[in-house]
Design a protein around this ligand. Structure first.
Ligand code: HEM
Ligand code: HEM
Length: 177
């Protein structure tokens, strides 16, 4: 039996890696939400400490960029070559997309969390002996958030790589038949 363009082993492997990544991030993201909602001290920290809600941003982005986007990427990689009856435009770009997206997403989650934890601890709770001033707290979170932004930019670049690859795979598909 002749191999269809979308049955390329490397392509199948990477499409499945998007699925595996989606499953792993969903388990982390859901557990994170359950712990954040279920443990009173954790809930109190994210809701009431200065910038503690940046830890919620880590939860939302691991779910949205990890579980939701990874599932959509895998589905689109599965569907598009079958629809246009062509292989993906560039296997190299699929690999770049996978690694840059994962690297950027993990960095975003780590640095959102670091910003929220460090600001929340420095701010302390009412009644604590030593508490940072709002100006000091801003100085603490600035480098963490700037680093988060760099990783976020990588995620954005990964998205453009994906969009370009899908566009090139589809462009002019009718004429090539
Ligand atoms: C078992 C699964 C999940 C649990 C238990 C959970 C739990 C939570 C909790 C407790 C908060 C609020 C924290 C607070 O501000 O006090 C929260 C916020 C949020 N979660 Fe989840 N979550 C889950 C899954 C998801 C998924 C799958 C998504 C998105 C695809 C998501 C998106 C969000 C968003 C956007 C917010 C922030 C809302 C806001 O800023 O007010 N969560 N989640
Ligand atoms: C390039 C990647 C992304 C970057 C750098 C980024 C960055 C950010 C930042 C900095 C915030 C916090 C704003 C604040 O606290 O004032 C935010 C909020 C939010 N982002 Fe993103 N984002 C990205 C992608 C996405 C995607 C793909 C989704 C949805 C599919 C999303 C959904 C949200 C939501 C729902 C909120 C507000 C609610 C919350 O986090 O609690 N983001 N994003």
């Amino acid at each position: 039996m002749t191999q269809q363009p979308w049955e390329d082993q490397e392509y199948v492997k990477y499409t499945l890696w998007f699925v595996f990544a989606c499953v792993i991030y969903s388990m982390i993201g859901f557990s994170w939400g359950a712990l954040m909602g279920g443990i009173h001290e954790f809930r109190h920290f994210v809701d009431h400490r200065a910038h503690g809600n940046l830890i919620v941003r880590a939860h939302t982005h691991i779910n949205l960029l990890g579980w939701v986007e990874m599932a959509i990427f895998a589905a689109v990689y599965y569907i598009v070559p079958r629809l246009v009856k062509r292989p993906i435009y560039s296997m190299k770009l699929v690999k770049w997309h996978f690694w840059v997206h994962n690297f950027g997403l993990i960095g975003m989650v780590v640095f959102f969390t670091a910003a929220g934890v460090s600001a929340g601890i420095a701010a302390g709770a009412p009644g604590d002996a030593v508490r940072a001033t709002p100006a000091e707290i801003e100085l603490i979170i600035k480098p963490w958030l700037a680093t988060m932004g760099i990783f976020g930019t990588l995620v954005l670049i990964a998205n453009f790589i994906w969009a370009y690859n899908i566009f090139k795979t589809c462009a002019g598909w009718k004429d090539s038949k």
